[in-house]
Design a protein around this ligand. Sequence first.
Ligand code: PXG
Length: 403
Amino acid sequence: MNTLQLEAQYCAHNYHPLPVVLVKGEGAYVWDDNGQRYLDMMSAYSAVSHGHCHPRLVKAMSEQAARLTIVSRAFHTDTLAPFLQMICEMTGQPRALPMNTGAEAVETALKAARKWAYSVKGVAADKAEIIVCDGNFHGRTISIVSFSSEDQYKHQFGPLTPGFKNISYGDAEALEAAITDNTAAFLVEPIQGEAGIVMPPPGYLAKCAELCKRHNVLLICDEIQTGLGRTGKLLACEHDGVQPDGLILGKALGGGMMPVSLFLSREDVMAVFEPGDHGSTFGGNPLASAVALEAMKVLQDEALVERSAKLGEYMLQQLQAIKSDLIQEVRGRGLFIGIELDPQRASAREVCERLMSKGVLSKETHETVVRMAPPLVITEAQIDETVAALKSVLAELSGEISV
Ligand code: PXG
């Protein structure tokens, strides 16, 4: 049996991966089990922003792995505080609560918002509401899928968790109309990644921040995918000049080496957590903290945020210059780009399959969007290679492309 057959036999079928078996990665490249090299335009949905197997991160991880890995939070360790100090100073958030996966950090934010609503804002018991957006993606736990607008994410996973109110994304007036005295928080992605790199109108987040402030509602930004340089700023909310009351980070925080996530917040919000209220066996462990600290240093030392802004603009221009009637729109910010195809004429899955045969790995988001979110260490020449491969795929598919 080959690897694909073995996985098909033993693994739950909750994914539909492209038929490639990866065995090695370095920078923006990955290799399959036949020695074929690919450019990675996915970077694990932004988790591998530093590139694969970054030498400094491999070193930090192996050194820490040989020293101390997991002790739980029952004891202090010498790695957690320096990591949290650095990320708090970088983001301007006074305090952080460490978890592992993105969904856990989102759950942490929801718990913080509810407890803050009861203990600080004065909402009556069990009445707290959290406003979220249609098209959101915040993870896969029961509570989080309860407020997804995507049927498949919640179908037959009920009973669902109450206490959430959906509004349309990008509509600040809808937010104002949805706020009541019981509203604890507004949870939002500055750019919706899983919905297909959906960008709200300019100034949306700033308007939301103003409304939240006026109504004493917490603005919580899920920057698990958009944060840490992906959109050309350290945080995507900076494009709107917004400092959220709560911030959720994950993915690239772990340097592409391991799951590390955080909920960061204001003092009065984080103060709701007392010993025993919340936790995680692995959250903030020495291995994760050492790797994440080094990952943040690499981000600064290699100016990856600035690189994302510059190369993202270049890539967007190159992609927008492609003349193909299969493309409806190319949109994005920094190295976070979505290519929307005409659903009548092309399927994003097929484009991704053909890109793979030309040495470029990407993944469709819904049926119509091809994602381009490479490691931030990608070079201009590698972007050119990707754009050339895409042009050639589109030419094959339409038989009529002029550049
Ligand atoms: N928030 C956002 C904005 C995300 O993109 C999560 C939360 C959840 O993170 P975790 O670490 O719990 O997956 C994400 C995750 C998938 C999948 O296979 C998830 C994401 C992107 C693509 C696929 O569930 N984003």
